[in-house]
Design a protein around this ligand. Structure first.
Ligand code: GDP
Ligand code: ZN
Length: 449
């Protein structure tokens, strides 16, 4: 990848639509000269200048404040010019067109942030935090993204990387003295160091998972045997007729999503096809998706027909043992002879999607699960993404493997596992990222970021 851009990019940086002020951003070697050709006076670095910006016909397009940030002291690390004109989409589009006529190119989505990353102004996790800050749904998510943008998350990652680098140096050095047993080369010390690194990783994983939840919300799936009332419950919780409710077993073939917000956390409810064997190709595809949803979920809401819960529990089986939280929902409580039946088990709740009985209780339990471990204010809380949590998990796997290899004095294999752990963490900050990964990350940004 070429880290020194030779072209100058332009984009509207403010939100689409009309506003009091609209900002155009130019970045690249020709940014200042394009501003001059538009009508800007001689620019002093980081000073506000008034200018009348003109089109090819010399007609004034708009008057504007012009700011020049010479390289490398700018957001992208390149020459940057900001034009603050009136927030008219028509005027701003005319200015963009004029800049392009004068030699700039329309910026791709995320290209300003990408250049900032490539020029070492931000690491990858920080660049992602910009997008997360802009998209934050509440003040807490915004504050967490702000911290990641400030490098709080990246520093935690760097801290583990430093631990791993020291271990790699030790192990690589020991390989060069292959005749000696590891113990005489400080093997116990290396294994203690690795244990400490693994502890740091576990804490990082926990906090990154929390940060991911702040960004994405808690993910929950509704699951259970056909006709237990999953779709009805989804509708009752979401307050809409989103899912199709019918009497025929196996009607819910696709996964349907509904999002509800509880105390600033997002619960995505996925109504899955009943987990049963057989069925046609479409139903099997529904089941495959259901299993994929279960694998990545934080919370399984297991919906049972209150009249025959045992049958439902048996049908679900072992498929979700790894899910962090489970709540057993006995639905259709209105059909029970003893309608007043409650539950003292904190993981079980009796409801009726039809009458609404017990829904308040269910809401309360969902709220408490949603805020468990995330409800209290955590010092140094930062935002993270699934991609980051995955990378930390891979690093943990490799660190565990490394420990096993060390125990057997397989130094080369241990060194390789430590390298892989290091590489996995390097993907978070972008030290180790492939071009296609970068492309995917930055293309998900908006234009003008
Ligand atoms: P799913 O297959 O688990 O999604 O179940 P549905 O939501 O499609 O519901 C299956 C049938 O049970 C429908 O006829 C619903 O009207 C009915 N049903 C759902 N919840 C309740 C409930 O709480 N009480 C009663 N009496 N019927 C319900
Ligand atoms: Zn359904």
């Amino acid at each position: 990848m070429d880290t020194i851009a030779t072209d100058t990019i332009v984009a509207i940086a403010t939100a689409a639509g009309a506003g009091g002020v609209g900002v155009l951003r130019l970045s690249g070697p020709r940014a200042a000269s394009i501003a001059h050709l538009l009508g800007a006076p001689t620019l002093r670095p980081r000073h506000a200048h008034y200018a009348r910006l003109r089109g090819a016909d010399d007609e004034v397009i708009d008057d504007a404040i012009v700011l020049w940030f010479p390289a490398p002291n700018s957001f992208t690390g390149e020459e940057v010019v900001e034009l603050q004109g009136h927030g008219s989409p028509v005027v701003l589009q005319q200015l963009v067109a004029r800049c392009i006529a004068l030699g700039a190119r329309q910026a791709r989505a995320g290209e300003f942030s990408e250049r900032a990353f490539l020029n070492g102004k931000l690491d990858l996790a920080q660049a992602e935090a910009i997008a997360d800050l802009i998209a934050a749904g509440d003040h807490r998510a915004a504050r967490a993204a702000r911290r990641s943008l400030d490098g709080v998350f990246s520093r935690r990652v760097e801290q583990v990387i430093e631990q791993l680098v020291l271990l790699r140096i030790h192990v690589e050095a020991a390989i060069d003295f292959a005749d000696e047993p590891l113990d005489t080369l400080g093997g116990a010390q290396v294994r203690r160091g690795l244990a400490a690194a693994r502890e740091t990783l576990a804490l990082l994983r926990r906090d990154a998972e929390r940060g991911r939840r702040l960004r994405d919300g808690l993910h929950a799936v509704l699951i259970g045997p056909p006709n237990a009332g999953k779709s009805s419950l989804l509708n009752a919780l979401a307050g809409s007729d989103r899912a199709i409710v019918t009497d025929i077993a196996g009607t819910t073939r696709d996964t349907l999503r509904e999002t509800i917000r509880l105390d600033g956390l997002e619960l995505t409810l996925v109504d899955t096809a009943g987990l049963r064997d057989g069925g046609d190709a479409i139903e099997r595809e529904g089941m495959r998706r259901a299993r994929a949803e279960i694998e990545r979920t934080d919370l399984a809401l297991i919906v049972l027909d209150a009249r025959e819960p045992a049958a439902g529990e048996a049908a679900i089986g072992e498929s979700m043992l790894a899910v962090p939280h489970k709540l057993w929902i006995h639905n259709k409580s209105d059909l029970l002879a003893d309608a007043g039946q409650g539950s003292t088990d904190p993981d079980r709740v009796f409801v009726s999607a039809a009458t609404g009985a017990g829904l308040d209780d269910l809401h309360a339990r969902l709220r408490s699960i949603a805020s468990a471990g995330a409800g209290e204010q955590v010092e140094g809380e930062f935002s993270a993404r699934t991609r980051h949590v995955d990378a930390i998990e891979r690093a943990q796997d490799h660190a565990r493997q490394a420990d096993g290899e060390l125990a057997h004095e397989h130094l080369e294999l241990a060194a390789e596992e430590l390298r892989l752990a290091h590489d996995a963490l390097g993907e978070i900050t972008g030290q180790m990222s492939a071009d296609d990964l970068l492309g995917r990350i930055f293309s998900s940004f908006c234009i003008g970021k």
